[in-house]
Design a protein around this ligand. Sequence first.
Ligand code: GTP
Ligand code: MG
Length: 583
Amino acid sequence: MLRCHGRKSEVLLNAARLRHVRKYNKDVAVLSKEIRDDYELEESRRRQRKTDWKRRQRGQTFLDHLTMTVQAGKGGDGCVAFHREKFVAYGPPSGGNGGRGADVFIVPTPHLTTLSSVPKHVRGLAGGHGRGSWMNGRNAQPTIIKVPLGTVVREVKTDDSSRAFDTYGLDEDQLKGLTLSERVKKMRERRWVHYPDAEDDNLQRDAFKEAEKILYRQEREKRAELRSRKRSLLNLDLDREYNSSSDHPSYISQPGYLVATGGTGGIGNPAFITTDNRSPKFATRGTDGERVTLSLELKILADVGLVGFPNAGKSTLLRALTGGRAKTEVADYEFTTLNPVVGVVRIGVDGGLLEGGDEGGRVIEDTKIEEERFAGMMERGELAEALTRNQLPPTEASAGGSSSFMTMHNLQEEFRFTIADNPGLISQASENVGLGHSFLRSIERSLALVYVVDLSGPSPEQELRILRDELEKYKPGLSAKARMVIANKADLLGGGVEAGEEKARQKLQRLERFVEKEMRSVHAVQKSAAVERTVKDAGVVLEVGKVLDVVAISAKFSENLRKPLQLLRRYVGEARCLRNPEI
Ligand SMILES: Nc1nc2c(ncn2[C@@H]2O[C@H](COP(=O)(O)OP(=O)(O)OP(=O)(O)O)[C@@H](O)[C@H]2O)c(=O)[nH]1
Ligand SMILES: [Mg+2]
């Protein structure tokens, strides 16, 4: 029997027990209350540790710029071999050729939201070496780099200092500082394979000298061609998923966008047979794969960006507006959201949300609670009998205004826009406090910004002022893009229904007065050139002195979402029209 040393290990052990029971699909109710409490305790500690870790990372977990070097696979070496068989003492040369090195491809995927998982150095697999009995080496499997959708890939210019050596540059660098004989030796080592103990003899032979001359000539020609050809630098805007058939002619089947070509395989010794030399004892090695330096930039494009303090309810709002489809985490601790997450909001002809209710009736719980509820349903087998979306009878689905799949498709979509949930912004974020503010780069391109403040908090006005100042510190003029203040958690102003309503009204009025008085100042500084440029880039219709709209809602209970929805629709519509008058 396991013995626990102290309370801490007992808690850990109990948490492990409950996890074990869950894992094997048993009912956790069989466990004692003490064990279940310990599990909860350990879970909350785990979450705390996670939050602390995130704070320590200071936003480094979100990466939207990256320079990477890509080296395609080296070709396999050719083989020097002679055929051996019973009664054939000296068979013909039988070395196989080397296989091709791996090509490197880039594929955009919607499953990633940051560049932090993309490696800084990528090296393709080498091709297989040729073998005796005319066996050629295997071509290497292509190497695939997955990047988030919205990534722009550019090849770094030749004169840029961040660019690594290309294939030939690397070759020359390795020969630097060597004497002539050492250089020749090194170059030969990199290019030739010799039969055991035959190297000295080979070097004296005319056949070898001739082959070497041809090889160098070919190499020089190739290099001159590469350098003189004004090869257009790679520039890919990966804003949609890769589709092999539409991105390339049908006869080329590629797993993604080619960024570096693999090296060619070496040539086996049978290729060097001449009339004078019937048994060549040398073969060539495979060539190095192409080397490129790429600069990756992640551009998250969302029409609307949410800006708010940690825990203000930005993620809850995004989930409410997307009918729970946006995969962003909701939890009651700060800095839950680490990376910007984009969701699509769909508006029907009646001006309401196609997915999710905008007039209450839907509760957006913390993701952990939802997960637990789902796990519980799984454990109890309740999901086994559940009808799939396609099995739902249409009458049932369309009755009572339910937001099921059927209803969604029966209703017509009239307008859609994207909205980005961002990590929390706090005071001094510009000095890298909290998660910093590097993520703001992704909302610079938004058409409109929306402040989300916690109405139940002590001072929503103060929050608003800090948010505006942080935006301005990041980029002067950026706060001019803000169009609305969402006062969230209005349901929390308690003290009885009527008292709560009265309190909410007063707080809201105070907030409105503040916005009217203070938030105009942003427009007042419009004269500066930087501000004007930002405003112009944004394509936002700014009426000078216009006060921001203030709307009180409850994202968690989907209360009063209709009004902000209509306003958002108007802002996005106006901004799109301004950018593209034909729409
Ligand atoms: N009562 C109530 N709780 C809410 C409301 N909106 C959000 N919450 C709760 O507030 C907590 C924080 O919500 P999140 O949506 O994770 O907040 P966030 O702004 O995304 O926080 P970070 O990701 O840390 O920046 C969660 O426990 C939510 O359930 C609301 O309208 N009413
Ligand atoms: Mg969040």
